[in-house]
Design a protein around this ligand. Structure first.
Ligand code: NDP
Length: 516
């Protein structure tokens, strides 16, 4: 169903913060030609009963739930309501040291001594438990992060389980992954993850590390620690030997204490380029292995022979999925000049059907922004876009009175020099630029310090191949966007970092290869 917001300026506001729909009655209904019938979806809230949120969570070190060394805690907040969900132990540098020692001891005594087949059994068990408890994880993830339930239910949690299934399969086949070489684990992996895909980033990091025989200490982001702490429960349920996985929430400086701990052999970080630089400096001069997955400013390139309706879905999925809080988001739309007008018209129509609101409502497309500070950053960059002369479009929709919400936003007349075309906004904001020739598209797409992802929409296979070779991006999607699979490597160039996660490449980052 298509709602033509541009033709129906009198759309009544929905009470639940979502967009109301207006359908035009066929003349045969006798309501008068083109009479507008407003309607809306009934709310379809997911029950939060499935998950028990404790009042207080500890650190998970050596298989035990422990308080922070100084007894401090911090609150994690539901971004859709601004209400605290729980108090979480705030790890210290001393706690990180304790966790690294637990991981080291477990590496020496247990995990590195197990056969690949035995390690695989644990990983399969974890994958199965994630599937069995998927609804619980999905509800908790949506409450703690603000992402819509249909996304945590259909994307984050299934993909997290899929990563454990996939790497469980490799655990006893390392000889086949690296033929002619002996793959040895690195030791203790320090892993620092962001808030945009809390459970999925955990799975990207922990599954390959464990499959290859490493033990880990993971620091979740301070705004989204709960799914990692629920994962600690899964580790216990799976009878994972104590110390193989340690989870220590805490502020950024505690993340730094973790990565600079001398007991760490490998550092894996996902987050902003700014912090990535600091981590790089923190690791420099040591023999720690390092992978960095940082920011992006991806170009989504639409040629004039692309199927426009399909491209519109890909553009929407590329930038409004997860509120645009995605490192590989297609935040720059490059549209060929000859089709820019119909494309923008279709895009605006489609935007008017996007539902912004309660993350736990199964009809919600765009949930809450993860934190107040992220909302402020988006608001500031959108103001800069207007001030610099770009033209802003936002669909008519009421936002909930409380919570960190932002309307899906589209900017046209964007110049490459505008901040909204250069900086990672990490929000539901699309900047539209145009091009005339494939060469100009390549030039503009690569005109960014980042190099994480890109998208190409065209009917011609030869053009896809021509463009893919010229994109300075780690991942290039053709006639789709934001598709992830555990078998497929993911990572960037330039300021988007280095190293690959996913697939056999992801396994490579957690092993030392020796001659036979
Ligand atoms: P950060 O890069 O600061 O956070 C990512 C992780 O690093 C978090 O666990 C954070 O902990 C931790 N961290 C923060 N400072 C340090 C440090 N000095 N040493 C070690 N670890 C540290 O991202 P933000 O949350 O601040 O987001 C800021 C911007 O970064 C966003 O607006 C967005 O543009 C970008 N971003 C990009 C991501 C990506 O995947 N490319 C992911 C997240 C953000 P804590 O949560 O306690 O601060």
């Amino acid at each position: 169903m298509t709602a033509m917001a541009t033709k129906t300026p009198t759309v009544p506001a929905a009470t639940n913060g979502a967009v109301s729909r207006v359908e035009h009655a066929p003349a045969s209904w006798g309501l008068g030609d083109g009479a507008a019938i407003p309607w809306d979806y009934a709310p379809a809230p997911e029950s939060r009963e499935i998950v028990t949120i404790k009042e207080q969570y500890g650190l998970f070190i050596g298989g035990k739930d422990v308080v922070a060394s100084d007894g401090q805690t911090f609150a994690t907040v539901n971004p859709a309501t601004e209400e605290p969900l729980a108090q979480v132990a705030r790890g210290t540098a001393a706690d990180m040291d304790k966790a690294v020692r637990a991981a080291r001891s477990s590496f020496r005594r247990t995990w590195s001594r197990l056969s690949g087949k035995e390690r695989a059994k644990y990983l399969f068990r974890i994958a199965r438990l994630l599937q069995e408890r998927s609804r619980e994880f999905a509800v908790l993830e949506s409450m703690d992060s603000g992402k819509p339930i249909k996304e945590s239910r259909d994307v984050d949690v299934p993909l997290a389980a899929a990563h454990f299934w996939y790497y469980a399969g490799w655990a006893d086949k390392l000889d086949y992954a690296f033929p002619g070489r002996v793959a040895r684990p690195l030791g203790v992996a320090a892993q620092v993850i962001p808030w945009n895909f809390p459970l999925l980033m955990l799975a990207w990091k922990i599954a390959p590390a464990l499959a290859a025989g490493n033990t880990v200490v993971l620091k979740p982001a301070s705004t989204t620690p709960l799914s990692a702490l629920l994962f600690a429960d899964v580790c216990r349920q799976a009878d994972l030997p104590p110390g193989v996985v340690n989870i220590v929430p805490g502020p950024g400086e505690v993340g730094m204490a973790l990565i600079s701990n001398p007991g760490v052999d490998k550092v894996a970080f996902t987050g902003s380029t700014e912090i990535g630089r600091k981590i790089f400096q923190g690791v420099a001069g040591s023999d720690k292995a390092l992978t960095l997955e940082l920011g992006g400013k991806a170009a989504n390139i639409v040629f004039d022979d692309a199927p426009l309706d399909q491209a519109v879905e890909g553009i929407v999925n590329g930038i409004y999925f997860n509120q645009g809080e995605v490192c590989c988001a297609g935040s720059r739309l490059l549209a060929q000049e000859s089709i820019v007008e119909p494309l923008i018209e279709k895009l605006k129509d489609r935007l008017s059907t996007i539902r912004v609101g309660d993350p736990l409502d199964k009809n919600t497309d765009v949930g809450a922004i993860n934190s107040r500070s992220q909302l402020e950053k988006i608001t500031e960059l959108v103001a800069a876009g207007r001030a610099e002369g770009a033209e802003m479009y936002q669909p008519a929709c009421d936002l909930p009175e409380r919570g960190y919400f932002f309307r899906p936003t589209l900017f046209t007349n964007v110049a490459q020099s505008h901040r909204i075309a250069r900086e990672e906004i990490f929000g539901p904001v699309l900047s539209v630029l145009t091009f005339r020739t494939p060469e100009e598209a390549v030039e503009k797409a690569n005109n960014t310090p980042y190099g994480l992802s890109a998208g190409i929409w065209t009917d011609k296979g030869s053009r896809i191949l021509h463009m893919v070779k010229r994109m300075k991006a780690g991942v290039v999607w053709a006639n789709t966007f934001n598709r992830f699979d555990p078998t497929s490597p993911f990572g960037g160039y330039k300021e988007s970092g280095f190293g690959r996660e996913g697939g056999m490449h992801g396994l490579h980052a957690y092993v030392r290869l020796e001659d036979r």
